[in-house]
Design a protein around this ligand. Structure first.
Ligand code: AOF
Ligand code: ZN
Length: 361
C-alpha cells in the first residue's frame, strides 16, 4: 500500500470512530487512530461534551507511549484551554512522528494554531485526508461555526399530490408505520426538533423519540403570541418557546410554570434570531417538523440545508400542501435539491436531498 492509501485507510478508521460521537454536540465528532509499524496501537473518539477529546482517549488506549508513532485524527488537535486542556500540547510532549488530520478546526479559538504548535515542535503534519467525508460527518458543527446557524433538515410527510392535511385540517396518518419509525430514527440524530404553534394546536405532538434508540432532542416551538396551551404534550419533558417581545408576560409565566423556557426574539429577523439563539444553546443539528407556514418560511428564507420528504401513495386532493406558503414568480427561482436519494419504507418513499442554496461546508 502506498503512503497515501495507508493514510486514507487509517483516516477512514478514525472517521468511523468519530461517528460514534453522535451525542457530543455542541462539540464536533472526532475520531483518532494511532499506529506504529503498520499496526493500530490506540483508538478513541470524543464521546460527549466536557469529556476527553479523541486524541486523549486514543493515547490512553495506546498505554501512553506514542513516541515516533503516527497519529490520525479527523480534526485539527485543539490549541486552547476549553473544558479540557490543549491536545496539541499533549501531543508535543509525547513526540509522535507524524500527525495526519482531515480538516482544520474552524473554531476561532483553534483555527490553525493546533497545527502550528505541532509544526513548531518539529512534528510532521499532513492535512486534507478524506476531507469531504469529514466535513459531511461534521456538517452541524461546521454550519454553526461558519454560518452561525445549525444544520437544518426539513422533514415532511405528504401524499402523492404534496398534501400534508385535508382542507379541514385532518392529517392522521398519511404515511405508514415503517416511515414513522424512520422519523424517530431521524429525530434521534438531531439536537433539537422545531415545530410551530399551529401544529401544537392541531396535533398536540410529543415530539420525542419513542420508536427508535437514542435520547429525545430539545423541543422547540415557534409561537409569536403564546397560543401554546399549558397542557400541550410537547411541554411535558420541557421545551423552548420562541416568541415576540410583545407577547403577554402573564401567558409567559403560565407556560414557564408548565415547563417551558420562553425566549423573546425580534420581529424583524424572527427565524434568523431563532437559529442564532439555538446555536447559543449548542444545537448543531435541527430538524423542522412543522406545518406549511413554518416549513415555507424556512424554504423561502433560504435557511434550510436538507429535505427529508416521505411521500405516501395516496391522493388527498384540495388540501394543504407542505410548502404551500411559499410563492415564486419564475421557474429559475424555485428551490431545487441535489445529491438526492430515494429509499422505500413500506409503501412510502423517502426523498432525501440537499437544497442547492445550502452553503458549501
Ligand atoms: C480536539 N479533539 O476530540 C475535539 C475537539 O470544551 P472542550 O475542551 O471540549 O473544547 C471544545 C472545542 O475543542 C470544540 O469547540 C472544538 O473546537 C475542539 N474539539 N478538538 O482536538 C476533539 N472534540
Ligand atoms: Zn483537543
Amino acid at each position: 500500500m502506498s503512503i497515501n492509501n495507508t493514510d486514507e485507510y487509517y483516516m477512514r478508521c478514525a472517521l468511523e470512530l468519530s461517528a460514534n460521537g453522535a451525542e457530543c454536540s455542541p462539540n464536533p465528532r472526532v475520531g483518532c487512530v494511532i499506529t506504529r509499524g503498520g499496526s493500530i496501537i490506540g483508538k478513541g473518539w470524543h464521546k460527549k461534551c466536557g469529556g476527553p477529546h479523541a486524541e486523549v482517549e486514543a493515547v490512553r488506549d495506546a498505554g501512553g507511549d506514542i513516541e515516533g508513532a503516527d497519529v490520525y485524527v479527523t480534526l485539527e488537535p485543539c490549541s486552547h484551554y476549553g473544558k479540557t486542556p490543549p491536545c496539541a500540547d499533549m501531543l508535543v510532549s509525547l513526540r509522535p512522528g507524524r500527525v495526519i488530520s482531515s480538516i482544520s478546526d474552524p473554531n476561532p479559538k483553534v483555527a490553525g494554531q493546533g497545527f502550528e504548535k505541532l509544526r513548531n515542535a518539529g512534528i510532521e503534519v499532513k492535512t486534507g485526508v478524506l476531507e469531504e467525508e469529514c466535513r459531511w460527518i461534521n456538517r452541524g458543527f461546521l454550519r454553526r461555526m461558519k454560518e452561525g446557524r445549525p444544520w437544518t433538515m426539513i422533514k415532511c410527510a405528504a401524499s402523492l399530490d404534496g398534501m400534508v392535511a385535508l382542507k379541514n385540517g385532518k392529517s392522521k396518518w398519511i404515511t405508514g408505520p415503517e416511515a414513522r419509525t424512520c422519523v424517530h430514527e431521524l429525530r434521534a440524530e438531531n439536537d433539537a426538533l422545531l415545530t410551530g404553534v399551529g401544529t401544537v394546536l392541531a396535533d398536540d405532538p410529543e415530539m420525542t423519540v419513542r420508536y427508535a434508540a437514542g435520547r429525545s432532542p430539545l423541543r422547540v416551538v415557534l409561537d409569536r403570541t403564546l397560543r401554546t396551551p399549558p397542557k400541550a404534550a410537547i411541554l411535558k419533558g420541557g421545551a423552548v418557546i420562541f416568541t415576540l417581545p410583545s407577547a403577554s408576560s402573564e401567558k409567559a409565566a403560565v407556560l414557564e410554570d408548565a415547563g417551558a423556557r420562553i425566549v423573546r426574539v425580534s420581529c424583524d429577523n424572527f427565524l434568523g434570531d431563532v437559529l442564532k439563539e439555538l446555536c447559543g444553546m449548542g444545537v448543531n443539528y435541527l430538524m423542522i417538523e412543522a406545518g406549511p407556514s413554518v416549513t415555507s418560511s424556512f424554504i423561502s428564507g433560504g435557511l434550510c440545508d436538507e429535505l427529508a420528504l416521505f411521500v405516501a401513495p395516496k391522493i388527498m386532493g384540495n388540501g394543504r400542501s407542505f410548502a404551500g406558503g411559499a410563492e415564486f414568480q419564475e421557474m429559475e427561482d424555485i428551490p431545487r435539491l441535489k445529491d438526492v436519494k430515494y429509499t422505500k419504507y413500506g409503501r412510502d418513499l423517502l426523498i432525501r436531498g440537499l437544497f442547492e442554496c445550502s452553503p458549501d461546508l
